[in-house]
Design a protein around this ligand. Structure first.
Ligand SMILES: Nc1ncnc2c1ncn2[C@@H]1O[C@H](COP(=O)(O)OP(=O)(O)OP(=O)(O)O)[C@@H](O)[C@H]1O
Length: 366
């Protein structure tokens, strides 16, 4: 099965352990591009969308970054569960999962680049890197964009820049985003202020699966809103600076929690570990929220560092509903999924010893 081949290959941006990827899990650059002389996907008839797909798929597969393309297909060739797996892998948007004939997706083996064809625009080029590496992700997307531009004619206005279906993307068509893990700011109830401050300077804060989704597992996606009036370099510089500041606030919040409320931290992490290691049924929402606390405990040295792989690579994505169903090769009811998830987590957590709270013990009575 195609999706199985994709999942068997290692996902480059999910590499755990690097200091740089503890708070910032991943960086993503997406470019919106359209072909001139074809209507935008939302206006196009099915035959027009199919024509665009017929041009776009081979062009995308021919990119140098796609030397090892593992997935390149029309959306109607995927089952609903497979499409949902692609959403859970962050490779396509939820909207794209709802599309069928006339839309497509192309992904490379290491999942550093994925192209959605006929999503809101003809092309959504997405590049991913682990940690805070917006510039490195930009280089991947920029190269793909240049190569496509040599083969196809993009809709471009010398005055406005790239033309896109939604006016908010006109200009560079670039959205830079970082997925950040902010349990310290959530536990210390400062997250609301941070979100407001980030919004005030024109950046969006979205949930785990992008626009219109919840911030499960204390994971947030911070991205630029403006695509007009700023160059690509300026957008990246500004984003890098702001994400750096958010990371600093998260580190300060964690430090403050450890100094002032160590018992709260140890309690939350230990309870999370206790439930994950012993539950017999658990929802994906509860699992993500508890895994976030165990991840926080790892950053604070309460678990051996080698266990990080278990949380980041095994548990965070593989416990999501579609991944569980794909592993069983059948549709499962909510009850069956919750039971399977709990069994999977108990097995994984056998390799994670209980939190080592000794180093926090001095002020523990506080
Ligand atoms: N930093 C990131 N790391 C991993 N995945 C990300 C990151 N940022 C966004 N994504 C994923 O990209 C997909 C699309 O996100 P989103 O809905 O924010 O759309 P967009 O293409 O950036 O913007 P829009 O359609 O609103 O113009 C989602 O699957 C989301 O999880």
């Amino acid at each position: 099965m195609k999706i199985q081949a994709l999942l068997e290959a290692p996902c480059e941006w999910l590499h755990p352990g690097e200091q740089n990827s503890r708070i910032v899990l991943s960086s993503r650059i997406r470019l919106a591009r359209n072909l001139s002389r074809f209507p935008f996907p939302g206006w196009a008839r099915r035959t027009e969308r199919e024509k665009v797909l017929a041009l776009a798929l081979p062009a995308a597969v021919g990119l140098s970054a796609m030397k090892e393309a593992v997935l390149s297909d029309s959306m109607d060739h995927f089952t609903p569960v497979e499409k949902q797996v692609l959403v859970e892998e962050h490779l396509i948007s939820r909207e794209h999962a709802g599309r069928n004939a006339g839309s497509g997706v192309v992904v490379n083996r290491t999942r550093t680049i994925s192209l959605m064809i006929n999503e809101e625009d003809h092309f959504r080029i997405q590049a991913f890197k682990g940690g805070l590496q917006l510039k490195a992700a930009w280089r991947i997307a920029d190269k793909a964009d240049t190569e496509l531009d040599e083969k196809l004619e993009f809709a471009f206005s010398p005055k406005l820049g790239y033309l896109t279906a939604c006016p908010t993307n006109v200009g560079t068509g670039l959205r830079a985003s970082a997925m950040v893990h902010l349990p310290g700011l959530v536990l210390s109830e400062q997250i609301g202020q941070i979100v407001k401050a980030v919004n005030r300077i024109g950046l969006a804060v979205r949930g785990l699966y992008g626009e219109g989704t919840e911030a499960l597992g204390n994971l947030f996606q911070i991205s630029n809103q403006m695509t007009l009036g700023e160059s690509e370099e300026e957008i990246l510089e500004r984003m890098h600076k702001v994400i750096g500041q958010v990371v600093q606030h998260e580190e300060n919040a964690r430090q403050k929690l450890l100094e002032e409320r160590p018992r709260l931290v140890v309690d939350q992490v230990s309870r999370a570990y206790g439930v994950l290691a012993n539950a017999y049924t658990i929802s994906s929402k509860e699992a993500l929220n508890l895994l976030s606390l165990v991840r926080l405990g790892m950053d604070m040295g309460l678990f051996p560092d080698r266990c990080r792989t278990i949380v980041d690579e095994e548990c965070l994505i593989k416990t999501q509903p579609a991944h569980l169903q794909l592993s069983q090769e059948k549709k499962l009811s909510t009850e069956e999924r919750d039971a399977l998830r709990a069994d999977f987590l108990r097995t994984q957590l056998r390799d994670v010893p209980p939190p080592e709270t000794g180093q926090l013990s001095s002020p523990l009575h506080s």
